[in-house]
Design a protein around this ligand. Structure first.
Ligand SMILES: NC(=O)c1ccc[n+]([C@@H]2O[C@H](COP(=O)([O-])OP(=O)(O)OC[C@H]3O[C@@H](n4cnc5c(N)ncnc54)[C@H](O)[C@@H]3O)[C@@H](O)[C@H]2O)c1
Ligand SMILES: O=C[C@H](O)CS(=O)(=O)O
Length: 472
């Protein structure tokens, strides 16, 4: 892989001042999903290394939280600037380990840097309260303090932005972090830590451990020095980690799976609806938590929408899926739907040329009971379900344990409000499918998670509220 700055390609864990291997010297391969080439190896660390990282984060905490928010903000701003200076290299590393096309990868790096920029400022707005006391002679105050050592566990599909979306607010609030990135995409995390080091963020504030997810996770969720877990990943793993945190009562935020409905009403702007569906469904080859997962299309516009969608899909050139298991999972969902009567109007199979590619697919005749309408597809497959009335659309959309993102295209303002209030999802796009920004609260309801990331709300996840009552 060509890098303008090859020293960004780090392949060891970062614990305090040191870049270290696993105690066992074991390593695991990092593989390019496009062709299966091994691009690096990183340590297969476990419990002992994680414990040392936690202890180092704990020892770094007093000095880091002792800085003023402005001082931390200066360091975060430097980190932000270095990320953007090295955007092309960070994108090259991301494409090599995750498969995301270069333009999308550069976009993710800029999006991820936005969280550092945003929270460099938000740290200076962590306001407490002075509350008028009902008791004569007594003062009532509310302080907000950093929660302490944070464990962050992140997924492979956005190997840069999911890390900065946690580390930005955590560091701005005065917390220190032990990060476990996804085993498929550790290099983006290690490059970010290298740049944090160059920015002058003190050693021990941001630590990265790569390796056994279950072993590392067990230490992160059980060690009492860790006061917060911030997890982004599948709902199944999120539930397991939430249970594991109960014994030490950690503060937990979870960004989990989704099953986004994309609703197209008869009165929708057809061009906008097709463009929105393409952008939402096929971004990152369909491997995002907020991808349109079910396209609910009203009877009157259905055929015109299908024709235009198939035409637009025919122009796509997508990247690979993350690994062979992902391709097999998508293939199973498509084959299940077709076996039950759905039709693939385009795509429908893995790419004949081989590799982890699945051809972009439009399925019609899908019914709400099919697996592809109830499971997170995480691939470039658009299942279309017909509906007749608005009430039916809202009922179908809400009929899922997930509640992350939902989209609707209509030009009826009254209907927009009924959808905004009637859809049970944390994020709703009305005539818009590109909703992700650092200034807005990102997160889900029901089994899509707990808490929010980004926005003025995102820093609350890394704070404790302290009530002080003073007489005298
Ligand atoms: N809501 C969001 O903001 C958001 C963002 C990105 C991805 N996601 C979700 O993440 C999933 C895809 O990512 P993924 O495949 O990496 O998810 P995953 O749950 O398999 O893995 C996520 C992270 O958890 C780690 N992990 C896995 N099992 C673990 C265990 N038992 N203990 C500790 N750590 C463990 C993995 O190594 C990885 O770092 C999808 O469901 C997607 O919707 C959600
Ligand atoms: O996959 C989930 C990500 O959170 C999507 S986004 O990058 O925030 O849009």
């Amino acid at each position: 892989m060509h890098l303008d700055d090859p020293s960004l390609l780090r392949s060891l864990c970062r614990i305090g001042e040191e870049w270290v291997g696993a105690d066992s010297q074991e390593v695991f391969d990092v593989v390019d999903p496009a062709d299966g080439r091994v691009i690096a190896t990183v340590p297969r660390a476990g419990k002992a290394e994680t414990r040392r990282a936690i202890e180092r984060a704990s020892s770094a905490l007093p000095a880091w939280r002792g800085l003023t928010a402005r001082e931390r903000g200066v360091l975060l701003r430097r980190w932000h600037d270095l990320i953007l200076q090295h955007r092309d290299d960070l994108a090259r590393i991301m494409t090599a380990e995750q498969g995301k096309p270069q333009a999308e990868a550069r976009g993710e790096v800029s999006y991820g840097a936005g969280f550092i920029d945003w929270f460099a400022e938000e740290g200076k707005r962590i306001y407490g309260d002075i509350i008028p006391s009902p008791f004569p002679g007594r003062r009532i105050m509310v302080l907000k303090e950093p929660v302490g050592v944070v464990a962050a566990i992140t997924p492979w599909n956005f190997p840069n932005a999911m890390i900065t979306r946690k580390c930005g607010p955590a560091l701005a609030a005065g917390c220190t972090v032990v990060l476990k990135p996804a085993e498929d995409t550790p290099l983006s995390a290690l490059a970010l830590v290298e740049l944090a080091d160059r920015a002058g963020i003190p050693a021990g504030v941001l630590n990265v451990v790569t390796g056994h997810p279950v072993e590392i996770g067990a230490e992160l969720t059980s060690n009492p020095l860790v006061r917060k877990l911030s997890f982004t990943g599948s709902t199944a793993v999120g539930k397991a980690l939430l249970r594991q945190c109960a014994d030490t009562m950690k503060k937990v935020s979870l960004e989990l799976g989704g099953n986004a409905p994309f609703i197209v009403f008869d009165d929708a702007d057809l061009d906008a609806a097709v463009a929105g569906a393409i952008a939402s469904k096929f971004r990152n080859s369909g491997q995002t938590c907020i991808c349109a997962n079910r396209l609910l299309v009203q009877d009157g516009i259905h055929d015109a929408f299908v024709d235009r969608l198939v035409e637009a899909v025919g122009t796509l050139d997508l990247g690979p899926l993350i690994h062979g298991r992902a391709v097999e999972g998508v293939e199973r969902l498509v084959n299940d739907a077709v076996a039950l009567g759905a039709r693939a109007l385009c795509g429908g199979t893995r790419r004949a040329a081989g590799g982890n590619y699945f051809d972009p697919t439009v399925l019609v005749g899908v019914t709400p009971s099919m697996a592809c309408a109830n499971q997170e597809i995480f691939g470039p497959v658009a299942p279309l379900i017909r509906f007749h009335t608005e009430d039916e659309a809202i009922r179908l959309a809400n009929d899922t344990p997930y509640g992350l993102a939902a989209y609707a295209y209509t030009r009826d303002a009254g209907r927009e409000w009924r959808l905004a209030e009637g859809l049970e999802f944390g994020i709703i796009g009305l005539n818009e499918s590109m909703v992700s920004t650092e200034v807005a609260p990102f997160g889900g309801m029901k089994e899509s998670g707990l808490g929010r990331e980004g926005s003025k709300y995102g820093i609350d996840e890394y704070l404790e509220i302290k009530y002080v009552c003073r007489t005298g």
